[in-house]
Ligand binder design. Structure first.
Ligand SMILES: C[S@@+](CC[C@H](N)C(=O)[O-])C[C@H]1O[C@@H](n2cnc3c(N)ncnc32)[C@H](O)[C@@H]1O
Length: 198
């Protein structure tokens, strides 16, 4: 069964809208506080699969943008009866993501928290799924705040580890040798770091 088979029409429509908007942003001159920079569909599908397999606990996303990756994760949340908490710091993106969750019909599944995720992360003590897709400079700090609070077999996925190989090298190398997790890099989309809490 394809993952999209189970996706309601309003969500499919919003995904298609955001994919087209992202395509236009990538080929045009769009200010940084508006540019979506969202994951490609293959990464979205992979996130939905991982979210489907994650154990019970708190689901987090760091970097909402227009809500595209959150929609994919919410497919699993809806099926499992779980919720996603997603963080976004830029006002224009918060507005767009709110619209995304409303028109896609996932307001009851996704909780958008405005502001810097770093100020909130330590409050979550049972993280079972986390998608890290924020500014690369804060990846290591996010990782350090999340991993100690992950449940056993909890899943953390970080994006852009191949597209931003140089800037993320130290963080990725640290994760690959971190005894608390099983970790590997996957050539999906911009490159994903996958960590499973031991
Ligand atoms: C690459 S985009 C996220 C794309 C989104 N995950 C998707 O695929 O649809 C990164 C987003 O993270 C946000 N961001 C960066 N650092 C953040 C932080 N510390 N807390 C919350 N949001 C942050 C940025 O404003 C930006 O919108």
């Amino acid at each position: 069964m394809g993952l999209l088979d189970n996706v309601p029409v309003p969500m499919k429509k919003r995904m298609a809208f955001l994919e087209e908007l992202d395509r236009r942003h990538r080929s045009g001159d769009v200010p940084p506080d508006v540019r979506l920079r969202q994951v490609p569909p293959d990464t979205g599908k992979f996130l939905a699969c991982m979210a489907m397999m994650a154990p019970a606990g708190t689901y987090l996303e760091i970097g909402t943008s227009g809500g595209y990756s959150a929609l994919w994760i919410s497919v699993a949340c809806r099926e499992l009866g779980r919720k996603l908490i997603t963080f976004e710091v830029l006002p224009k993106k918060i507005e767009l993501a709110r619209e995304t969750f409303r028109v896609a019909g996932v307001d009851d599944v996704v909780d958008l928290v405005p502001g810097d995720a770093l100020l909130h992360l330590q409050a979550y003590k049972d993280v079972s799924f986390c998608f890290l897709d924020a500014e690369k400079e804060c990846y290591a700090e996010c990782y350090d705040k999340i991993v100690p609070n992950m449940v056993q077999r909890g899943i953390l996925v970080a994006d852009n580890v191949l597209s931003h190989k140089e800037i993320l090298k130290e963080m990725v190398d640290d994760a690959l040798s971190d005894q608390r997790v099983y970790a590997m890099v996957l050539p999906i989309g911009s490159g994903l770091l996958l960590c499973v809490r031991r």
